[in-house]
Design a protein around this ligand. Structure first.
Ligand SMILES: Cc1ncc(COP(=O)(O)O)c(C=O)c1O
Length: 389
């Protein structure tokens, strides 16, 4: 099925995730980076592709009980799950420790350290942990708290495997990655000496960048070669790379149709049936940049026009792209926005204006599978006066 046939059947707005593209992407990343580095997929980037990549990633980074439920219901192996996240509540962690053999838990605070200790004792179960070292924000623990945990850890219950570190996404400068790796190496050496321990593993969120806009220039091969050289500075440790955006972006297309057009002295405005409630491009300030896109149907014409592409929300911010010069548009033309496989379906302000959530379709081996119907947010935004408490 081509995209036009898919739209005929399912209607826009919708996301299409191409699993073949996704798997090729993971193979590319592994080939460039990870002959000796394992990959962890950060589930938050796209929950719909989790199952399709099970064979290709060694772990999943799960940051909430909701993400855990999704992975659990997809029968993702528990020995591939790393339970991470800044808020680990008692009941969720109790359920996980009691009922499953989870690969690892991260410790992001002294309270989490106490909680994990308490629950592993309660069920008399040793669990593996990574201590997340902060990058000076609300995530992870300070160096002092890290040391406090090392002094007080009961190895019968919490088995320390290593360090987790993630400082942010879309890192476009290798120098920043190098600084972080140098810091991690130094910190690890120091605590290994001070506590006479062996840190086996570093789970590092590289924050590899994705270039979304036509004006960007990026030599990814070269960039990844440099990143690999930097990672190779880490000796005698398992290094696991946590990635979301860089794995998932390129497999996604977001399709939205032109539903109205108008012209005023301020320009040509095109209204599409989607909007910024669904589509999130990193770094899209005021919709000024032109993302990679395609227009359907493919029409051969030399006539061009400049448009502002706006979504269906009641906010002046609902611009997908401003001042885009393209072929003359018509009602029902379809924009296919590329590289939308990471974060769009999970980060959009989906509930605003009670518009439906887009359908989600996976394409694999040229076959199309609807994996989410268009969900009515009017049900979610509806005050139910009949709830029995
Ligand atoms: C702890 C952690 N690891 C990995 C990631 C994935 O980052 P990216 O999508 O930039 O690869 C995130 C994203 O927020 C994160 O919070």
């Amino acid at each position: 099925m081509n995209y036009e046939e898919i739209v005929k059947k399912y209607k826009t707005p919708l996301f299409i995730y191409n699993i073949d593209t996704l798997i090729d992407r993971i193979k590319y990343l592994k080939n460039k980076l990870t002959d000796k580095y394992d990959l962890v997929f950060a589930v938050k980037a796209n929950t719909f592709i989790v199952k399709s990549i099970e064979k290709y990633v060694s772990r999943y980074e799960i940051c909430s009980n909701g993400e855990f439920n999704i992975c659990n219901n997809l029968n993702i192996a528990h020995n591939k799950m790393v339970i991470s996240g800044v808020n680990k509540d008692y009941d969720s962690i109790d359920n996980m420790i009691k009922n499953y053999d989870i690969l690892k838990y991260t410790i992001e605070s002294i309270n989490q350290f106490k909680l994990l200790t308490e629950l592993s004792k309660k069920y008399n179960k040793q669990i593996s942990v990574l201590i997340r070292l902060t990058s000076n924000n609300q995530f992870g623990v300070s160096e002092d708290d890290f040391k406090y945990i090392l002094k007080n850890i009961d190895n019968n219950y919490l088995l320390l495997d290593g360090i987790e570190y993630f400082s942010g996404t879309q890192k476009t400068k290798v120098e920043r990655i190098e600084k972080e790796i140098d810091y991690l190496i130094e910190f690890t050496n120091n605590i290994e000496k001070e506590f006479n321990i062996n840190i086996k593993e570093i789970e590092y969120g590289v924050g590899l960048p994705v270039y979304y806009y036509q004006a960007d220039t990026f030599n990814e091969d070269e960039f990844l070669d440099k990143v690999k050289t930097i990672l190779d500075k880490i000796k005698n440790k398992t290094v696991v790379l946590e990635l979301g955006r860089s794995i998932a972006s390129s497999c996604g297309s977001y399709l939205t149709s032109v539903v109205d057009m108008k012209t005023s002295k301020y320009g040509n405005y095109v209204i599409v049936d989607g909007g910024i409630n669904h589509l999130v491009y990193y770094g899209q300030t005021m919709a000024m940049k032109i993302p990679y896109y395609e227009l359907l149907p493919k029409v051969k014409t030399k006539e061009e026009e400049t448009y502002n592409i706006c979504g269906s929300l009641c906010t002046i911010n609902d611009f997908l792209v401003k001042n885009i010069k393209t072929r003359k548009l018509n009602i029902n033309d379809i924009f296919v926005f590329k590289n939308t496989g990471a974060y769009s379906s999970t980060e959009g302000i989906n509930l605003f204006l009670s518009r439906d959530l887009p359908k989600i379709i996976l394409i694999e081996n040229n076959k199309c599978k609807l994996v989410r119907k268009d969900i009515k947010t009017s049900d979610i935004n509806f005050p139910n006066y009949d709830i029995k408490e």
